[in-house]
Design a binder for this molecule. Structure first.
Ligand code: ATP
Ligand code: MN
Ligand code: MN
Length: 310
């Protein structure tokens, strides 16, 4: 078979981090004019912020080689020739063997993934250095399409208050899709069993206290006009979209961390996009998740053991 011609030099461009980008002119979000080059420029700018959330963790990445609206697929294993800054993390599988999950630690790694047409970054809730412990718990609020946006916002506030009442600080982000994510950092990592049990308990309690608002059972049919508190993101191997990740959806939305004080004025879960996210980052006075890695807190059931917060 004839060997495929290498892409023309003129069509390749070097990004700020020296990663060679092929087809930077290719439109990724149809009709928007947002190209692969724009996607690379976006990720080059937000790399330090993105890496604070997704760096040095096993990742699932969503690749869209033919752009959004065409076939996109999740990939969690490293591929051959992806670049020297895309590393493999050995993850033990149930069968006894181990699998090579992908991870990146720096901006070059991020851009090498962008070169492979990665649009979305979805980290584990654990670090590559400690795969058997969750260092965050995520409540992924998934509203039924019939739920009013004001109710989604109220629900996020309710989750915040329920966590605060048991001494847990939490952080907020838009998903870039339909819902909001409430994220709880854990200074002393919990086993997956602990993290999942805790998340399920919180979800069950809220659903029983406010059955008109919340549902905690996955796939339940009574979700009409209700919000599913998706606590299943807190399992070993489960992922959620990372902060500052683009979403492969119309309008190039971004999963955007925001302050709790901004919730009332938030227009939608997709309020920030590839352009307005950068403008917002430039404008804001501080990183709304600034304290995330400094919060010293443990799950209530583990506090005695951790010697933290009585
Ligand atoms: P929305 O606000 O619209 O719900 P979301 O990102 O929270 O946006 P969900 O459907 O609630 O979307 O979350 C599902 C999560 O499960 C994804 O973010 C992703 O991390 C993970 N996921 C879903 N499908 C796959 C898959 N095939 N492979 C890997 N991870 C997946
Ligand atoms: Mn969701
Ligand atoms: Mn979900």
């Amino acid at each position: 078979a004839a060997k495929k011609k290498a892409p023309k030099r003129a069509l390749a461009a070097a990004t700020a981090d020296g990663v060679r980008l092929t087809h930077p002119e290719r439109e990724v979000f149809p009709g928007s004019g947002v190209t692969k080059g724009d996607v690379a420029a976006y990720y080059a700018k937000v790399a330090p912020l993105l890496l604070a959330d997704v760096g040095a963790r096993p990742l699932s990445v969503l690749r869209c080689p033919d752009g959004v609206g065409q076939a996109c697929f999740f990939q969690k294993h490293t591929g051959r020739g992806w670049g020297d800054h895309v590393r493999a993390v050995a993850v033990k599988e149930k069968g006894g063997g181990s699998d090579r999950y992908l991870a990146v630690d720096d901006a070059t790694g991020v851009l090498q993934l962008v070169q492979m047409n990665v649009l979305e970054f979805h980290p584990w809730g654990a670090r590559a250095s400690d795969l058997e412990h969750a260092d965050r718990v995520i409540f992924d609020l998934d509203p039924h399409p019939s739920v009013a946006w004001s109710e989604v916002k109220k629900a996020a506030r309710t989750v915040h208050d329920a966590l605060a009442a048991i001494g847990l600080e939490s952080f907020l982000r838009t998903s870039g899709g339909k819902g909001l994510h409430v994220v709880v950092p854990l200074a002393s990592a919990a086993t997956w069993a602990d993290a999942k049990r805790f998340a399920e308990q919180v979800a069950d309690t809220l659903a029983s206290e406010r059955p008109q608002t919340f549902v905690s059972v996955a796939g339940e049919q009574k979700r009409e006009r209700r919000i599913f508190i998706d606590w299943l993101r807190n399992a070993r191997g489960a992922t959620s979209v990372g902060s500052y990740s683009l979403r492969a959806r119309e309008g190039a939305p971004v999963a955007m961390p925001i302050e709790w004080s901004e919730l009332a004025r938030l227009r939608s879960a997709a309020a920030y996009d590839i352009r307005s996210a950068l403008a917002k980052i430039a404008r804001r006075k501080r990183d709304p998740w600034e304290g995330f890695d400094r919060v010293r807190q443990a799950l209530p059931s583990l506090r005695a053991a951790a010697g933290e917060r009585p």
